[in-house]
Design a protein around this ligand. Sequence first.
Ligand code: HEC
Length: 195
Amino acid sequence: MSYKLTNSVLVILLGVLVVVVFFVRRDFKARNAELLPGMVEYVAYNSQSANPNFADGKTLQMPVEGTVARGFVPLRYKATPEDAKRAGEEMRSPLAGDKSGNLDRGAAVFATFCQPCHGSGGGGDGVIAQRGFPPPPSLLADNARKMKDGQAFHIITFGQRNMPSLASQVLREDRWRVIDYVRSLQSKTMHASKQ
Ligand code: HEC
């Protein structure tokens, strides 16, 4: 009995709705009303949006000429072996005194960006080398041990023969950290290489 009652009430309501919709004459080409639109349309400009406050009408502005972005001081070196040697003489790690956490970070960077070629222990036997890429020299060999940090930094930054530049993948500070990590690998195997 009550079902019948409910159903007839619902049918009447539906009829009322249809009539209301007909009289409201909603424009289906217009946008819906937005409830609390503050999260979608915020006050700040989007980087790519037009901006009436600047002469060129863009939000993203070029850096002022002659300025240097923090952390991106230009490196005055070319990708040549001579400049790699010069970097070895001139460049010093900015982290020198501060070892806290650097080795852990260096190890993570090594595992991600160097190990595929240089191998987990730096021996030059990474998976890529095992599958036909010309194997790099061991980082535990005398040449790498005697190499100055600045020269290694130059090699990571600019590449050297078969080693590509990793400048776009590895942050500058991380390059110094990974060099510290390679040094720690070298000192662990000091005995082995002297035998
Ligand atoms: C795509 C493979 C590859 C990757 C990735 C790579 N290297 Fe190399 N690396 C090489 C090769 C090949 C050489 C030898 C280049 C040459 O012939 O002079 C080399 C040389 C070097 C040398 C000089 C060694 C010497 O005795 O002359 C250092 C130092 C070095 N790599 C450090 C690194 C570090 C640190 C990373 C990670 C941030 C890295 N490499 C990533 C392939 C790679």
